[in-house]
Design a protein around this ligand. Sequence first.
Ligand code: ADP
Ligand code: 5GP
Length: 183
Amino acid sequence: MTQRGRLVVISGPSGAGKTTVCRALRRDPRVQFSVSATTRRKRDGEVDGVDYRFLTQAGFDAALARDEFLESATYNGNRYGTLRAPMEEALAAGRVFVLEIEVQGTRQLRARGVDGIYVFVVPPSLAELERRIRARGQNTEEEIADRLRIAEEELRAKDLYDHVIENDDLDRALAEVRRVIGL
Ligand code: ADP
Ligand code: 5GP
């Protein structure tokens, strides 16, 4: 019988480097990433079904009513949710299933006692976080201000996580992430 896989939750404030860390993890064939549903608009270069399942508000409500989400949350006015079915399939197949979600979603998983390895990626400082968000060049001034405000709140939630990893040097942080999730 195949050994059941493990669930990994990765969170961290916007700009901390989650996407960069996850991009490196994606190259590992033992790893499968959760494709979340969201109501936010698709950014340039994003592909439906790969980066997210892009849903309308009504589509999201319908999936919620069918109890398809393991957790869901509203972040910055948009809705996001983790779909249960792909997760069950991946765990049954023995894979490492990675959720990249924000803090409210993590709180729901903890409240439900969902077993997993919970990792929080943090920036070296708020000033460096702001520099990275600006350097990424994807957000308006208003969005940047919102994300920094949310980041300050999110940083207070680090007790929800088993491992808090500072993304100062990317290679070092990545090595630490791999170690704590057993890859
Ligand atoms: P998140 O997914 O957490 O919002 P990203 O992975 O998009 O964050 O990273 C935000 C920006 O910071 C990107 O432009 C990325 O290239 C850069 N970045 C990520 N990690 C580091 C690091 N260790 N040092 C410097 N810049 C980084
Ligand atoms: P973005 O819109 O920048 O892709 O993501 C915004 C935030 O939503 C990020 O913190 C990301 O981790 C989080 N997120 C993405 N998918 C989900 C999900 O399914 N559930 C929850 N709770 N958060 C998610």
